[in-house]
Design a protein around this ligand. Structure first.
Ligand code: FES
Length: 184
């Protein structure tokens, strides 16, 4: 008589249940995986549905030291928040006098000069420029660099060289307190 024939009925049921459980678990993991893979596509096709609830984003500036940047998400887009150094602010103001592809004064791009807030999406074809993290290339003008096709942005986020047609856009934002901003 084989082992299977000797297996008591309750063990058979246990084994069957365990198999069912494994199948259900696998199916669930598969479904979650698919959902995660598809979400960005749905989100990009239909930003209004997902992002209206996040029409504004509040950011605590306290942990961002001078010379540091963070990236937050606002309406599904990365937003760069930089605590500029005095040297960066001076350079940005000096560069107001340069011939700029998309002329804008630095003062018109900030609510408070120390804090530069802008959508971190290259205006050429939509890559996310480098320069947010320590050690990343900041381009020839000390701001941000988009390696996709070589766009250089200055310390005010203005396009200075490369194919990007316009500056990194500054979203509407305001200071709720000295250390909190609301974007949107
Ligand atoms: S997408 Fe940034 S340079 Fe082309």
């Amino acid at each position: 008589m084989s082992d299977t024939a000797n297996t008591p009925p309750s063990s058979k049921i246990d084994e069957q249940s365990r198999r069912d459980f494994l199948l259900v678990t696998t199916a669930t993991v598969g479904t979650v995986g698919t959902a995660l893979a598809v979400w960005p596509l749905i989100d990009s096709l239909n930003p209004a549905a997902d992002t209206l609830a996040l029409a504004t984003t509040e950011v605590d500036l306290t942990p961002i030291e001078e010379g540091q940047s963070i990236t937050v998400v606002w309406q599904g887009k990365p937003v760069f928040v930089r605590h500029r150094t005095g040297a960066e602010i001076d350079q940005a103001k000096k560069d107001d006098a340069e011939v700029l592809p998309d002329p804008e004064k630095d003062a018109d791009r900030t609510v408070r000069p120390k804090w530069l807030v802008m959508v971190g999406v290259c205006t050429h074809l939509g890559c996310i420029p480098l320069g947010q993290k320590e050690g990343e290339p900041k381009g020839e003008y000390g701001g941000w660099f988009c390696p996709c096709h070589g766009s250089h942005y200055d310390t005010s986020g203005r396009i200075r060289k490369g194919p990007a047609p316009t500056n990194l856009p500054v979203p509407k934002h305001e200071f709720l307190t000295d250390t909190t901003i609301k974007i949107g």
